[in-house]
Design a protein around this ligand. Structure first.
Ligand SMILES: Nc1ncnc2c1ncn2[C@@H]1O[C@H](COP(=O)(O)OP(=O)(O)OP(=O)(O)O)[C@@H](O)[C@H]1O
Length: 331
């Protein structure tokens, strides 16, 4: 079987206790995840990422729809389906706060079916890998949030489950620990046969680690694509051109008419012109307009679209079709 996770039409509505107001957290979401894939579940605050993760790992029941883990329905055959999954949810809830780092790893190793003869080597291996060796006798409630998060991920790695779900793994971590966790996640992602689903609103984490991203907004999947394909799809090249002289009115009018996001800073000795192009070749149209008045070009700077901008465009509902095409008429 190709897909290890098949999510079909799941929905979830919450009802606020006091006001009875209904909130559609997840609205008919479907996607599939292949074995060994590293998926990023991306979306703004309140998009429905955590609710989706909780439904996959059986902590919440969908109101409708179905989730198959390795072909097994996670509602009808919960335990059998969930043997394939480890999850780290927000707030390091999978740890015992009054046990030490080592005791947690040893306890959960037994609990997750690591054979007695393998426990010591597995625990030692994870202490090294997660750089927790010098903290092994420390109680969990004395650890920093970053250390707790590393331990929570280490615990999730104990059993060789095929799927690891990580909900906001770098949220609230300082820059250094966030970087370290990201490096650990990259290493996990490279391990063969692990399927990893990471939910985050940190674009760098998703771009750095994941091959494919599912973008959720207001409970719906708005994009499900490879990150490099998304970047290509939204490739709009931004150019800033420093001019030796000011544009005349006709030139300004033509540029405004033909280019996306035109900006002209004329209140400087060397005026700056910024335009967005869909195709590199479109720059020649601009040169033609500059030639109309022999306007000298002093410098050209190019900025390639970042994943963060792609995300913002998708969440705002822009598609490549929605972006006005540069008009092809010649000057
Ligand atoms: N237990 C709950 N009761 C009522 N509403 C809830 C509950 N849990 C989540 N919600 C609401 O459901 C929506 C989706 O929440 P969810 O936590 O799944 O989003 P998220 O994408 O994980 O957001 P964030 O990035 O902020 O964690 C939000 O509007 C949230 O306020």
């Amino acid at each position: 079987m190709d897909s290890i996770i098949e999510v079909s039409g799941i929905t979830k509505v919450y009802q606020k206790r006091k006001t009875k107001e209904k909130i559609q957290a997840v609205d008919n979401i479907s996607f599939q995840v292949k074995r060994g894939e590293i998926i990023g579940l991306l979306g703004p605050n309140g998009a429905g990422k955590t609710t989706t993760i909780k439904m996959i790992c059986g902590l919440l029941k969908p109101d409708s729809g179905q989730i198959l883990i390795n072909g097994v329905d996670n509602e009808k055959h919960r335990l059998r389906a969930l043997t394939h999954i480890s999850a780290v949810l927000e707030g390091s809830r999978n740890l015992y706060w009054r046990l030490t780092v080592r005791e947690n790893l040893e306890y959960f190793a037994g609990n997750r079916g690591v054979s007695r003869k393998n426990v010591a080597s597995r625990v030692e291996d994870l202490l090294q890998k997660f750089r927790l060796k010098d903290k092994e006798t420390e109680l969990v409630n004395r650890l920093s949030r970053g250390m707790q998060q590393k331990l929570a991920i280490a615990v999730a790695m104990l059993a060789d489950t095929e799927v690891i779900l990580l909900d906001e793994p770098t949220l609230g971590l300082d820059i250094e620990t966030g970087y370290e966790v990201r490096e650990i996640l990259k290493a996990i992602a490279k391990e063969e046969n692990r399927t990893v689903i990471i939910s985050s609103h940190d674009m760098d984490v998703i771009q750095d680690i994941c091959e494919r991203t599912i973008i959720i907004n207001q409970g719906k999947v708005v994009t499900d694509d490879r990150i490099e394909d998304l970047l290509k799809l939204f490739e709009v090249r931004s150019y800033t051109i420093t001019l030796g002289e000011h544009l005349n009115e006709k030139q300004e009018h033509l540029i405004k008419e033909r280019f996306l996001d035109y900006q002209y800073e004329s209140n400087r000795i060397q005026p700056k012109l910024s335009v967005e192009l869909l195709k590199t070749e479109d720059i020649y149209q601009l040169f033609d307009i500059l030639k109309l008045n022999e306007t000298p070009v002093e410098a050209i700077d190019r900025e390639i679209i970042q994943f963060e901008q792609v995300f913002m465009k998708i969440v705002k509902g822009e598609t490549t079709n929605g972006v006005d095409q540069v008009k092809s008429q010649s000057v």
